[in-house]
Design a protein around this ligand. Structure first.
Ligand code: FES
Ligand SMILES: [Fe+2]
Length: 456
């Protein structure tokens, strides 16, 4: 194989072993370039639609030097429902909506947005409706000069997505094939059970790469090995990637993710569910835990694992249906392709299932490439009107479930190691950590540098 053929083939399937330099993780120059070449070009997940349920509701989303206001202008989900604007006053540049100290973002409801400096006032379409002593400008203040700068905004999956590039193509083109793969899970119907954010001493890529592979499970979460083997794959999906487990054929719905464990599957399923609920508080629901705890009473000893799995999931499905929570039906063949999580370029991960999801995102914090804002949220289906009211909660690492703290423990240590003069470059597992190669191939397309190099 020629060198050229090797490089040309790699971006498609990314099966070849590669190495990735440390620049993207540690360089202040690289981070500065990210602002213009990456963050101002990509579609970014900017919040959840239920946070702007009523006309006039707004949230802010900040990324490096830029801040955006996303608001609901009209009911429904038509093209006029959402609006996004640069969060900057066209008069003299004051940040229009302040982010309260210590909070992730501002959130509220306004009929108008009034600038705190000289009180220029803007309506929900961004038009300026009040300027003190406007006549002093002698008629020169056109709408184009006084309106808020528009930002592209669309929705998918229950999230609002923004793009700071006025020439960006449609969100659907950017996200493909993610909507086709995840729409069957009806993620838009889920609501948060908890959501937390934290500042980490690592680059945002280090934080995301702690979760986009299953190769770390034996080393980082050894207690999970009691429940079975965690051989997982990663696949390149164009701009995005997904991961999943090599599960026995024919397993229903999310059995691959939820795992059956070893020994008596009735017992190990219950043990694993209780352990996961108590130590991760993700990837399962109270309904699933309770259905797992019933298995020993409902099934005879010796029931084969596949039947235990089937009974457990149908019993949980029925229990949820009885309280008005209806899981979508996803064909096993689709589940096998969709895997357990999708990484949406550049910085958002959705760990999907038919009745819950775990989402992570990470973005730069200030101008230090060794710091990031990390966010984690768990969503599930609730009966109509019974979703808890949650806010983004600022946390320390000790406030997170213990299993996630194990992941966090690696991050600052990886960041330190990446800066070591003795580090020769990352060498991700070509099968299990392929999402890392995918991220860096795609980063290289935007950044113009840092493409993975062949290990051969
Ligand atoms: S800077 Fe906003 S009104 Fe002057
Ligand atoms: Fe982990």
């Amino acid at each position: 194989m020629t060198e050229h053929a090797k490089i040309a083939a790699a971006p498609e399937d990314l099966e070849a072993p590669v190495t990735i330099g440390a620049e993207a993780y540690v360089s202040a120059d690289y981070l500065r370039d990210e602002r213009d070449l990456l963050w101002r070009k990509c579609w970014l997940q900017a919040g959840r639609l239920e946070d702007i349920a009523h006309v006039g509701d707004f949230v802010t989303f900040d990324i490096l030097d830029d801040s955006v206001i996303v608001l609901r202008r009209a009911e429904g989900d038509g093209p006029d429902a959402l609006r996004a604007f640069w969060n900057v006053c066209p008069h003299r540049g004051r940040k229009l909506v302040d982010i309260p100290a210590g909070q992730r973002n501002a959130r509220g409801n306004r009929k108008n947005i009034v600038c705190g400096f000289h009180a220029w006032t803007f309506d929900l379409d961004g038009h300026c409706t009040f300027i003190q002593h406007q006549e002093d400008w002698q008629g020169a203040l056109s709408d184009a000069r006084t309106r808020l700068g528009p930002v592209k905004c669309e929705s998918w999956g229950g999230w609002m997505w923004i793009n700071l590039d006025p020439d960006a193509g449609p969100l659907a083109d950017y996200l493909a094939p993610v909507p086709a793969m995840l729409d069957p899970y009806q993620l838009h119907a889920m609501r948060p059970r908890w959501r937390k954010w934290i500042i980490f001493d690592c680059n945002w890529k280090v934080a995301l790469e702690a979760f986009n592979e299953t190769y770390h499970v034996p080393g980082t979460h050894p207690e999970f090995m009691a429940f079975g083997q965690f051989r997982g794959w990663g696949r390149n999906q164009g701009l995005h990637s997904n991961i999943g487990y090599d599960a026995p054929k024919g397993q229903e719905e999310d059995a691959a993710k939820l795992r059956l464990g070893t020994g008596d599957p009735r017992v190990s399923t219950a043990e694993m569910q209780v352990f996961t609920w108590e130590n991760a508080n993700t990837n399962t629901t109270r309904t699933l835990v309770e259905a797992a705890l019933r298995l020993q009473h409902e099934l005879p000893e010796g029931t084969p694992p596949a039947e235990v799995s089937k009974h457990w999931l149908s019993s949980a499905r029925a229990a949820d249906a009885a309280r008005g929570v209806h899981w979508p039906v996803v064909e096993p063949a689709h589940t096998a392709k969709a895997g357990t999580a999708w990484q949406i370029f550049p910085n958002f991960q959705i760990g999907h299932a038919v009745n819950n999801m775990l989402c992570y995102s990470a973005r730069p914090y200030g101008e230090d490439p060794g710091k990031c804002i990390f966010e984690g949220a768990v969503y599930e289906l609730f009966p109509e009107g019974e979703a808890p009211a949650t806010e983004w909660e600022y946390t320390e690492a000790g406030d997170w479930p213990p299993v996630l703290q194990q992941d966090f423990d690696n991050m600052a240590a990886v960041q330190k190691g990446l800066k070591s003069g003795g580090f020769r470059g990352t060498q991700p597992n070509p099968y299990m950590e392929r999402a890392i190669a995918s991220l860096h191939w795609n980063l290289a397309k935007y950044m113009g540098r840092g493409a993975p190099a062949s290990l051969e």
